[in-house]
Write a protein that binds this ligand. Structure first.
Ligand code: SF4
Length: 73
């Protein structure tokens, strides 16, 4: 299963990812981006949502967004 994640050690809270696709990314109480966990599974995303997630990933100024691949258990 592939999930989109944010490395908050790199995030600077610019909000660009949320501006691109706010059904997946939000700025949390600490001012840094996080994923809405119920919506962060790449495998089940609509294609247009996936495209926007990839735009956000590529557009993140600090490369804080990444895809994590995990075996299901
Ligand atoms: S675009 Fe990158 S740096 Fe900006 S809020 Fe999103 S994860 Fe953080």
């Amino acid at each position: 299963m592939k999930k989109v994640k944010v490395n908050q050690d790199l995030c600077i809270g610019c909000g660009a990812c949320q501006a691109i696709i706010d059904s997946v990314f939000q700025l949390g109480d600490n001012g840094l981006a996080e994923t809405k966990d119920e919506n962060n599974t790449i495998d089940t995303m609509e294609e247009d949502v996936k495209d926007e997630v990839m735009d956000a990933l590529e557009g993140c100024p600090t490369s804080a967004i990444f895809i994590e691949e995990k075996e299901e258990n």
